[in-house]
Design a protein around this ligand. Structure first.
Ligand code: ZN
Length: 199
């Protein structure tokens, strides 16, 4: 059964401004239209409507190639979250790490945004770990380790792209409301980039 309008309104009323803005910037696109209307109502009652408007609109707009490039550039010009250098534009990678333990073989994929040399190192470290700890599980350890080494090698080829690579663009499109909400705040942008290393 759907949550009643009154219950939903009460739920929004109980949330802090911060939490409400977080929903506006990250989840507006996922809400049913009635829920979105109630969220906007509550934001307006708290005088936050204007602040939230852009971040909500960003999630619903069909973002042009130029728009994506602009958001990518915002992230790419931040200092690297690993070495703190600002000398190179940041980009994104996906590392694949395979670890075998007795009969179990685990495959862990990790997305990360950093400067190209640090991305290379992340891919290299994931390959080294897989080569040392992944191969001996049978049969998946061997198969997955080979796959991980290939995947890391393939990903590393895009680390030095002179433009935002597809992974970074996909991240931007998936987080567009959030980036719009914090676009003028370098500290928050850097926190968003750093958080990708922890998920
Ligand atoms: Zn770096």
């Amino acid at each position: 059964m759907a949550v009643s309008e009154a219950a939903l309104r009460e739920n929004y009323r109980r949330l802090s401004d911060e939490k409400l803005m977080r929903i506006a910037s990250e989840d507006a696109i996922k809400l049913r239209s009635e829920a979105l209307a109630l969220l906007k109502e509550e934001l307006a009652a708290r005088g936050l409507a204007e602040t939230a408007e852009k971040t909500i609109a960003a999630q619903f707009s069909v973002v042009s190639e130029e728009g994506v490039a602009e958001y990518c550039a915002l992230l790419q010009t931040q200092p690297c979250p690993i070495c703190r250098s600002s000398s190179q534009r940041l980009n994104a990678t996906m590392t694949s790490k395979v670890i075998s333990f007795l009969v179990m073989t685990t495959w862990k994929k990790q997305f990360a945004i950093a400067c190209p040399p640090c991305l290379d190192k992340l891919n290299r470290d994931a390959s080294t770990t897989s080569a040392l700890l992944g191969w001996w599980g049978f049969p998946w350890g061997i198969i997955r380790t080979v796959q991980a080494l290939v995947a890391n090698g393939k990903m590393a080829r895009n680390n030095h792209a002179p433009y935002p690579n597809d992974l970074l663009k996909a991240f931007v499109v998936g987080n567009i409301g959030r980036i719009e909400a914090i676009r003028a705040n370098a500290t928050d942008l850097q926190a968003l980039i750093k958080a990708t290393h922890l998920c």
